[in-house]
Each structure stands twice: as C-alpha cells, then as structure tokens.
Design a protein. Structure first.
Ligand SMILES: *[C@@H]1O[C@H](CO)[C@@H](O)[C@H](O)[C@H]1NC(C)=O
Ligand SMILES: *[C@@H]1O[C@H](CO)[C@@H](O)[C@H](O)[C@H]1NC(C)=O
Length: 678
C-alpha cells in the first residue's frame, strides 16, 4: 500500500536526521519540523482512508447492539436487534424519557459507540441560535370533550373513542390529529472543536458518561476493550477523534466526534398506515413470529412508505420530515450553499435550499444547456442527511475555490469554510393525550432533584395501595397519573431494562389513594378495551449493512423466496412446490406497467422534452377505481425530473397533475393533463 511505503520512507528520514552529524542545530530543527508536518498530514490522510473505506462498505445507520444472548446458530446473537430493535425499552414511569440501550452506529463513514442512551424528549431551540440550546417537546392537550364529563367512567369511555379515531384514522366525529402528535427522534453527529474538557453529548435522566475529560474516556474505553470488561452502568462511549487539519507550521488541529439524540414535532401529516414492517428473519425466528405477528413485537422495525408495494422513488416522506429539522443552528437558521459557483436548490420547492436543515437531495441551479441537475449528498449513502452550521464548536473544513484552477498564476481564489452535522432518523413516537391527562388532579412536584419532589417517596413510600405507602404526588422520575381503569391489561412485553411497574397507589390532593399507571412514552400501551394493544413507538432507524452489495442481493433474494408466486418468473426453474393458483395470473398482471406521458414542452434553456410516469397495475387501479391520488416522480429528461401528485378525473376521464414540485403547474410548462400509453 502506498501510504505504508510513505510512512516507511518518512521514518527512514527521521532516523537519518537523528543520527546524521548535523553541524547546525537550527537546520536540524527545521528539518524535524518539516518531518512532523509531513507525518501529521500523513496521519490525517490515513484517517481519511479509513473513513472512505467505511463509507463504501455501508450506509449511515445502526451497525450493532451489545450482545446478551447466544445460541446454536449465529443469528441467535444480535446484530442490531435482539428482542427489541436497537435495544429499545420503556421508562414510561419517567416524564419524558425514551429508553434505548447502547449501540454502534455509522454516520457518513464515522463509526462510534454510544453510551446507554435513554434520551429525553427535547428539541432544538425555536428562539435561540446558540449552540446546543434545547427546549422540551410540548405534550398534546387533553380533548375538552373528555374533560367535559364529571364522571370518571364517562371520561374513560370518551378518551377510548379518541384512541379509536386515531387508530382508524377517522376524523369524522373526532379530529384526533390535534391530540395525537408524532415526533421524530434522530441521531445527530458532528466533529467538534471541544477536544479537551468532556462535553456530555445530551441529557438523560438515567445515564451520563463516566469521565471528566476526553482522554479519560479514551483510556476507559481502551481498558474495557483490552480486558473485555463492561462498565456496569453502560456509561462509556467510544467517540473517535481525528486530525482535522495541519497548520502551516506543522501543528495538528484535532477534532472530537460527538453525538446526541433529539426529537422534533412532525408537521407533515403522517398516518399509522405509512409504517411498513421491515422483515428481519433472525428476530422472527427468535420470537417465533409469523410475518403478520412480527409487527406487534418489540423486535420489529419499520420503514416509512405511504404506498402499498415497493418501487423506485427519489425524495419521499422521510425527506419531507427531515427537512423540517435544523442542524446545530436551531430552528431560526437560514444558510445558503453556493460552493463550486452553483446554488443548491430545494427539490420540493425549486427555491434556494436552506442547508441549515437536514436534507440528502438537492438540485443545482440551471446551468445553461444542461438544465437542472439532481444530486444527493455523499457518493453512495442512502441515509446521509446533512445540515450546515455556523457554530464555532463544529470543526471546519476549508477549500480554495479558484476561478482558474488549472493555471499556476492569477487563479483568483477565495477560501470557502464549511461546517456540517449528520443525522439519521431513529424512531417516530406518537405522543397521546395520556402524557398530560390527570383526571385525579394528582400534584406534580416537578423535577426529581428538587426538595419538594423528595416528599413523593418520603418515609418509605413505594407506591403501595395504602395511604401510608402510596406515593405522595408525582415527580419527573415517578410519573404515574393515568387511571388504572383506563387500561384492561398489564404492561406489554418486558425487558430487563424496563423500569415501569404495573399499577401503583398515589395520593391525590385530598389524601385519597388513587390507583394509576405510568404516563410517559411506551413502545406498546397496555390493552385498551375494544382496541387491543396499541404501538406508540415506531423504530425506523436505517441499518449500516443495508448499504453493502451483499445485503442488496440478499434482500432481493428474500423478496423472491418469501413471495414465490409473485416472483415466479425470476426463478431459473420453477420450484415444484410453488402452487400455480389463479392468484398467480393476477399477480403477473400486476408486474406489468402502465405508462402516463406528460405533454411536450420547450422552455429555454431546457429544450424540447416530455416525461413519462410509470405505474404498476395496482397503482393504476387505485387511481381509476378508488379515486386516490398518488405521489410519483417522472422520468429524468434533459437533466431534470418532477415530483408530481396525480389523480384521475372521473367526469372527463383524464389523468391530471394536481401538484408539480409543490406548485400547481410544472415550472417548464407541461400541461396538467397526462396521456396514458397502452
Ligand atoms: C488548514 O490548514 C491550512 C494550512 O495548512 C490553512 O490554510 C487552512 O485555513 C486550515 N483550515 C482550517 C479550517 O483551519
Ligand atoms: C404530602 O406532601 C405534602 C408536600 O407536598 C405535605 O404537605 C403533606 O403533608 C404530605 N402528605 C402526607 C400524607 O404525608
């Protein structure tokens, strides 16, 4: 390898300097300085090599969780899910904590290991642009229709109706959307300039890194990695550091990797049916689950896909949500990116892209004959969401942008400085009115650390059902306010890491004992009469290995093997046990495509062109028979494509574009009507 040869050469040079009888001490020092500069630079490039390798091996995503079990086959030990995806668990007795264990993740090629996460439901500041200022995610209100009843049984019946409306997506009687609010919690990482003092990445009510300095943390990790020991409290993280730059005089400039988990209240409308289970066979075998049962297990993972069925897409629902989330400049930020002299444009609006928010796709402004070009961040990373920032705490890279790069003189250069953070989604949590609903009017005594909160568990109170053992009110780490009668069942599933207890006794303001259940966030709510067990946490984190060519081949193979009838035509010889039932014919029909064509247009400077839209027969039927509208992406022509919403007008029998790149009409003059091709 060239880099190794390089190093060997440099070492020989050092040796030569050290033993040569140099007359002039200064000369020797100068040469030593030069060698250090070269060596530091070589180290920096060595790190780049590792990152580049890791980037091409997989996508940004979760790679591995801590292994706790084993079996007779390798899949009994976890990769990224054991009985729960990414070691998710419940701390619903805490006001605003989502339980999540340790994991190894990769963001833009940087691999790191987290502490036990148990992150709090907080979001970037909406009023301040200062570094890492956050605010609490607001909980949904309680429907006034529930509060209007005096009698507890009636309140409960009404509250159940709201849950039913949410589950059935039925807004006719009760507009559940005001009270059932999804939030997206995401993992964010960046190279930081805070390289000495330990900087706790983010708040948790249960965990914090056990070290005072980065050096101490590195030594702790080196020790546990060498000895195989485990920190009992899972409070070590492996966060790499790197040489970010080498200055003119040869000193290395270091940067420290750090990460945090934050959440964001989603504004885009999403539905429960947008979540599609992602099959994970090891988890299914481990839990003995059929494919249908699997979605109701803790081990399940989901993807966001509003359509029924799979197809090629570009930007999708996830892009829509992520572009609502700012990077480290918080919600008020506005940054434009014009590196290489090309302005980056938003794929949804065709307006200049605000790069302070997370995105993976962008367009570049029309550049003469080529028209617009669509690109994505990174070389081949499906999940690389990036946001630009101006924070000094984030390590910068510089680039000399020259008008005449290939000349030696008069190159006319300016220095471009850029800072970025990276993010991937982790999970979507539905907040419900239960987070606030307090029909017994039990006193909330605030943060667990305050002296008022001490009275909750004073004198050996442990939540028992007698007035001397019941909790005296609640606090942020003992949050039980939901009437036990609201649920029919016990807590669902269990994990060694859960802290939630069944029903506990809590004193109300008059000293009466009330039987209540925990009111924080849960993976599954205990059974509700008439509705069963409802999921409120949907893990949607991407997986590193999915970016490898082996996984892609395997996933295609899994599709074919798991749906033999549908994919019969792909078998080299049809398996003898693939039944040839009448459904097969219908299935084959579904593999056909219907093509809709956009009218021709001839705008300057894009030039004469049209586009096609390709629909599966199933989608075609949805349009024409179920009068649904579909979000589709047109073919790429003359360097651009359009994101369109299409419906079918029954009275005229025509297919129409109702939205094109989030406008009513396509910018380049295509007609709203589409012609089918048969
Ligand atoms: C990196 O170092 C070079 C000198 O080697 C300097 O010109 C450049 O500004 C530095 N970049 C940053 C981001 O400090
Ligand atoms: C409960 O706590 C309050 C303080 O918040 C205290 O005044 C009251 O006496 C306590 N009740 C009992 C029964 O201990």
């Amino acid at each position: 390898m060239i880099t190794t040869l390089h190093l060997a050469g440099l070492l020989a040079l050092i040796a030569a300097i050290l033993i040569a009888p140099v007359a002039c001490q200064e000369d020797r020092l100068e040469r030593l300085e030069e060698v250090t500069r070269l060596l530091s630079r070589q180290l920096m490039l060595q790190q780049l090599y590792v990152d580049e390798k890791s980037r091409s091996d997989g996508d940004s995503g979760i790679k591995q969780i801590r292994v706790g079990r084993d079996g007779t086959k390798p899949f009994y030990t976890a990769a990224f899910a054991e009985r729960a995806m990414a070691s998710m668990h419940d701390h619903s007795d805490l006001l605003r904590t989502s339980g999540m264990g340790e994991f190894i993740a990769v963001l833009n090629g940087i691999e790191f290991r987290t502490r036990h996460n148990d992150y709090k439901l907080v979001m970037p500041s909406t009023t301040s642009g200062a570094y890492h200022v956050t605010e609490d995610i607001p909980f949904p209100e309680v429907p006034p229709e529930v509060e209007a009843f005096k009698n507890l049984d009636l309140k409960i019946i009404e509250m159940r109706q709201w849950f039913q409306a949410w589950q059935n997506r039925d807004r006719s009687q009760r507009d559940y959307r005001k009270y059932f609010k999804p939030i997206l919690c995401y993992l964010e990482g960046a190279w930081s300039t805070d390289v000495t003092a330990m900087d706790e990445p983010f708040d948790s009510d249960r965990h914090r890194i056990e070290a005072f300095s980065w050096k101490e943390l590195q030594e702790n990790i080196r020790f546990t990695s060498y000895t195989g020991d485990k920190n009992t409290f899972e409070n070590y993280a492996y966060l790499p550091n790197t040489i970010m730059n080498v200055t003119e005089d040869g000193s290395p400039v270091f940067a420290q990797w750090n990460y945090r988990i934050l959440c964001h209240p989603i504004k885009t409308h999403i539905k429960l049916t947008d979540f599609k289970p992602v099959d994970m066979l090891p988890t299914r075998i481990l839990t003995g689950s059929t494919y249908d049962a699997y979605a109701n297990k803790r081990g399940a993972r989901f993807s966001l896909n509003p359509d029924d069925g799979d197809r090629e897409v570009k930007w999708d629902l996830l892009d829509k949500i992520m572009r609502e989330i700012p990077g480290k400049d918080n919600y008020m930020a506005r940054i434009k990116d014009e590196v290489y002299g090309l302005r980056k444009m938003d794929v949804f609006t065709n307006k200049p892209l605000n790069t302070a928010f997370y995105h993976r796709w962008y367009k570049t402004e029309e550049t003469g004959a080529n028209g617009q070009e669509t690109s994505r961040r990174g070389f081949a990373d499906r999940n690389l969401f990036m946001a630009e920032t101006t924070q000094d705490h984030v390590a910068p890279v510089t680039y000399e942008q020259c008008l005449h790069p290939r000349k030696l003189q008069n190159r006319d250069c300016t220095t471009v400085v850029k800072r970025f953070s990276y993010a991937i989604p982790l999970e979507i949590i539905w907040l419900t009115p239960l987070n606030k609903w307090n029909p017994f009017n039990i006193k909330y005594k605030g943060d667990a650390k305050t002296s008022l909160a001490e009275s909750v568990k004073a004198d050996g109170r442990h939540g028992g059902r007698t007035s001397d053992k019941a909790y005296n009110g609640t606090h942020s780490k003992c949050y039980y306010i939901t009437p036990a009668e609201f649920f029919d069942g016990k807590e669902v599933g269990s994990d060694a890491a859960d802290t939630t207890r069944g029903s506990v006794g809590v004193l109300d303001r008059k000293g009466g004992v009330r039987l209540v259940k925990a009111s924080g966030v849960r993976i599954f709510l205990p059974e509700i009469q008439g509705l069963g067990v409802l999921r409120t946490r949907y893990p949607i984190m991407p997986v590193y290995a999915e970016g490898s060519p082996i996984w892609k081949e395997l996933e295609a193979l899994r599709e074919v093997v798991m749906n033999m009838n549908k994919y019969k035509k792909y078998f080299k010889s049809v398996p003898p046990f693939a039944p040839a039932d009448p459904a097969t014919l219908e299935q084959e029909e579904e593999d056909d495509k219907v093509v809709l064509r956009l009218s021709e247009s001839n705008p300057e400077p894009v030039g004469l062109h049209d586009h096609t839209l390709s629909l599966s027969v199933m989608e075609y039927k949805q349009l024409t028979m179920k009068s649904r509208s579909l979000d589709l992406v047109t073919s790429m022509e003359n360097g651009h494509s359009h994101a369109v919403t299409v419906d079918f007008d029954e009275t005229t029998g025509k297919f129409r574009i109702t939205q094109c790149d989030e406008r009513y009409r396509c910018f380049d003059g295509h007609s709203v009507f589409l012609e089918p091709e048969f």
